[in-house]
Design a protein around this ligand. Structure first.
Ligand code: MF3
Ligand code: CO
Length: 250
């Protein structure tokens, strides 16, 4: 069941979303070579506490951290680590969900440490980001959820990239994960109709090589089988009469 939100609910989801947006902006300023990714986790825990909010991922189905930090061939759900030290050219995806007074905002950004190592890393980064904004642009009343995945795939596949099919975007707001599921592939005019009052987490997960993935022994960390790199961008968006509005933007 897709729950449409009231103006009051949207305002609260926006408050949670702005905390995530500000946090990711601060994290972007911290990303540099020689930084252990656990430093970002520490910062996030403090920052979220200062905002009198909760890190929603921590404890969710047993996930142990506030942030998912996924470096290079880790696609999603990477653990922050004191042993993972960032180096020049790394692609670092930071995914965070905040619960503020029972309302949820969810966003992910991929950052590059210094400069891109290869041209394909740059293409992966640019196209994955572009695919998110293309999907947001058509998240308007009367379109279908399938249109979103369709445009994500159409944006990235011509560059030789692949989309991950095992994980999807989702409704968000009163819970971290709500209906509908929003795959990053699909056919136009299929799936639920998009309506005003929907709050959606749209999140293309894209890889340079084969879309084959596996989950590590820790039960969470998702990696590419061919060890090639991944990118992930996500925004929480509300559908309004005037069109989509990104809640997880500053
Ligand atoms: N942003 C992620 C998502 O959209 C957060 C899930 S990580 C988890 O699903 F650890 F909380 F599961
Ligand atoms: Co999400």
């Amino acid at each position: 069941m897709i729950r449409l939100k009231s103006i009051q609910e949207i305002n609260k989801i926006e408050t949670a979303s702005k905390i995530v947006a500000e946090l990711l902006e601060r994290i972007e300023g911290m990303i540099c070579k020689d930084l252990p990714t656990y430093e970002l986790e520490k910062f996030a825990v403090d920052f979220i506490e200062t905002k009198k909010a909760l890190p929603a991922c921590k404890g969710y189905n047993g996930f142990p951290y506030a942030l998912c930090i996924s470096v290079n061939d880790t696609v999603i759900h990477g653990f922050p680590s004191k042993k993972e030290i960032l180096k020049e050219g790394d692609l670092v995806s930071v995914d965070c969900v905040v619960n503020k007074d029972g309302f949820f905002g969810d966003s992910t950004k991929t950052f590059v440490v210094g400069d891109f190592l290869t041209e394909i890393d740059k293409v992966l980064f640019m196209k994955t980001k572009e695919s998110l904004y293309n999907a947001i642009e058509i998240a308007i009343e009367g379109n279908h959820i399938g249109d979103l995945g369709n445009i994500v795939s159409k944006t990235v596949i011509p560059s030789g990239l692949s989309v991950i099919k095992e994980y999807s975007g989702h409704g968000v707001g009163l819970k971290m994960h709500e209906d509908p599921s929003i795959p990053n592939y699909g056919r136009k005019n299929t799936g639920p109709v998009i309506r005003c009052g929907m709050t959606l987490a749209i999140e293309p997960m894209v890889v340079e090589g084969s879309p084959d993935i596996y989950v590590e022994e820790d039960g969470w960390t998702v990696k590419t089988v061919d060890q090639r790199r991944a990118a992930h961008f996500e925004h929480t968006v509300v559908i309004e009469k005037n069109g989509p509005r990104i809640l997880t933007a500053i």
